[in-house]
Design a protein around this ligand. Structure first.
Ligand code: HEM
Ligand SMILES: *[C@@H]1O[C@H](CO)[C@@H](O)[C@H](O)[C@H]1NC(C)=O
Ligand SMILES: *[C@@H]1O[C@H](CO)[C@@H](O)[C@H](O)[C@H]1NC(C)=O
Ligand SMILES: *[C@@H]1O[C@H](CO)[C@@H](O)[C@H](O)[C@H]1NC(C)=O
Ligand SMILES: *[C@@H]1O[C@H](CO)[C@@H](O)[C@H](O)[C@H]1NC(C)=O
Ligand SMILES: *[C@@H]1O[C@H](CO)[C@@H](O)[C@H](O)[C@H]1NC(C)=O
Ligand SMILES: *[C@@H]1O[C@H](CO)[C@@H](O)[C@H](O)[C@H]1NC(C)=O
Ligand SMILES: *[C@@H]1O[C@H](CO)[C@@H](O)[C@H](O)[C@H]1NC(C)=O
Ligand SMILES: *[C@@H]1O[C@H](CO)[C@@H](O)[C@H](O)[C@H]1NC(C)=O
Ligand SMILES: *[C@@H]1O[C@H](CO)[C@@H](O)[C@H](O)[C@H]1NC(C)=O
Length: 341
């Protein structure tokens, strides 16, 4: 019996070694191995929503910040160790990305139902869809089968993620670098700013000293400017947060785009999409502001494209047991082999 197990194990290693898989993502990836994965993820997020209305927004942002850096490989989730320089401490993430404890709870629930099966990278993709759907946005079929990376790339997180003070040319370059469409994907995915929050430190320059002019951003709606300056006093607490969508802050709808038409985008990078003279993004903003179905359809397509950025598949990477750290293979597989013998 034991030798059969060892035999199968060795055969398995042999076959995997001989025929590396370059498989694509698939909608049915966990159908046999973890059929309830979606409901398990949704259940944990539903519970988290009861104490944190912002959690859905925070979770979709984790998928975005994961995918733009070394692809959708769960690298964002790794904590610092002697060998890992965490992406969590990169400028776009530090004191900003949140929801990691909820990802841990999802992983714990999945390890209890289907141990060693569902990757942390896939958890983020499933959580992004569940978060949008639970916020009255569209639902879609999430493609799965990503495996988890074993490195983090903090310097990559500092360069490959967009920042809120970039102009349209710079934003397009960031999206182009990961192979996304610089018009439709840029505008549709920015529509995720229809829910969640942004801290004063990311936009207060627009209120007090835009581009070093010591005056407000001229594209900022004057009544909105008053609201924001009351919330974020000059030299005040930069960690105070504003709603990214002042009209329906926790609903996933098209109001982000109607806000841009009224010069009520919170971040410079938001307003740029509508206020840059001659930009090909303006027509898309107008389309999405007038037709929520068109926005939802494009958003779903763009989320699937974003979720397809350089996934590890087949025998690449691993299925992490704890999303915060890489598996210790020197103890893991050796133990299995030794105890089988
Ligand atoms: C286009 C370039 C983008 C820039 C410059 C940008 C920048 C930012 C910034 C500065 C914040 C506020 C963070 C904080 O206050 O801690 C934020 C929040 C957020 N971003 Fe983006 N973002 C961009 C694109 C995206 C995309 C593509 C998505 C998802 C598909 C996304 C989803 C979100 C969400 C949901 C929040 C709110 C998070 C929360 O409340 O915890 N963003 N973004
Ligand atoms: C899967 O979820 C369904 C309900 O959503 C439940 O009836 C069933 O027992 C679950 N199966 C497993 C294996 O957890
Ligand atoms: C994050 O917040 C902590 C505590 O407020 C602060 O000490 C640290 O400097 C902040 N880090 C960054 C990169 O803003
Ligand atoms: C880190 O990310 C940057 C930006 O995407 C990329 O150019 C670089 O190759 C990555 N480094 C590693 C070691 O993956
Ligand atoms: C965007 O910013 C870059 C770098 O500051 C600058 O070279 C470029 O001219 C700007 N583009 C627009 C459209 O303002
Ligand atoms: C982006 O997609 C649109 C159609 O949605 C297409 O017309 C355009 O050429 C694409 N842009 C790039 C840079 O691929
Ligand atoms: C406004 O910004 C410019 C350039 O960043 C800086 O030199 C100047 O000191 C700032 N003014 C104030 C009042 O903070
Ligand atoms: C400013 O916002 C208000 C709604 O708060 C809107 O009625 C008005 O048209 C906006 N003004 C401009 C110039 O966009
Ligand atoms: C809204 O967009 C959808 C999807 O592209 C399209 O089928 C529909 O005809 C549009 N509605 C209107 C009123 O234009
Ligand atoms: C990995 O496992 C080996 C053998 O059990 C152990 O000596 C080592 O300390 C472990 N390393 C880490 C980082 O946990």
């Amino acid at each position: 019996m034991c030798s059969q197990v060892v035999g199968l194990f060795i055969l398995g290693v042999f076959l995997l070694g001989r025929s590396p898989s370059y498989g694509q993502l698939s909608a049915t990836y966990y159908d046999d191995t973890c059929p309830n994965v979606s409901s398990i993820v949704s259940g944990v997020i539903q519970e988290a929503f009861t104490s944190d209305v912002r959690i859905g927004a925070s979770l979709i942002r984790l998928h975005f910040h994961d995918c733009f850096v070394n692809g959708c490989d769960g690298s964002l989730l790794l904590d610092n160790t002697d060998t890992i320089v965490s992406e969590k401490d990169a400028v776009p993430n530090a004191n900003s990305t949140r929801g990691f404890e909820v990802v841990d709870s999802i992983k714990t629930a999945l390890e209890s139902s289907c141990p060693g099966i569902v990757s942390c990278a896939d958890i983020l993709a499933i959580a992004a869809e569940a978060s949008v759907y639970m916020s009255e946005g569209p639902s879609w079929t999430v493609l799965l089968g990503r495996r988890d990376g074993i490195i983090a790339n903090q310097s990559g997180a500092n360069t490959a993620l967009p920042n809120p003070r970039q102009n349209i040319t710079q934003l397009k370059a960031v999206f182009e670098a990961v192979g996304l469409n610089t018009t439709t994907d840029l505008v549709a995915l920015s529509g995720a700013h229809t829910f969640g929050r942004g801290a004063c430190r990311f936009f207060s320059d627009r209120i007090y000293n835009f581009s070093g002019t010591e005056s407000p951003d001229p594209s900022l709606n004057s009544s909105y400017l008053e609201t924001l300056s009351a919330l974020c006093p000059q030299d005040g607490d930069g960690t105070v947060v504003a709603n990214l969508d002042p009209t329906t802050p926790d609903v996933f709808d098209k109001n982000y785009f109607s806000n841009l038409q009224e010069n009520r985008g919170l971040l410079q990078s938001d307003q740029e999409l509508f206020s840059t003279t001659g930009s090909d993004t303006i027509d898309i903003v107008n389309l999405f502001a007038s037709n929520e179905t068109a926005f939802f359809e494009s958003f779903v397509e763009s989320m699937i494209r974003m979720g397809n950025i350089s996934p590890l598949t087949g025998t690449e990477g691993e299925i992490r047991l704890d999303c915060r750290k890489v598996n210790n293979d020197s103890s893991g597989s050796a133990d299995v082999l030794v105890s089988s013998i």
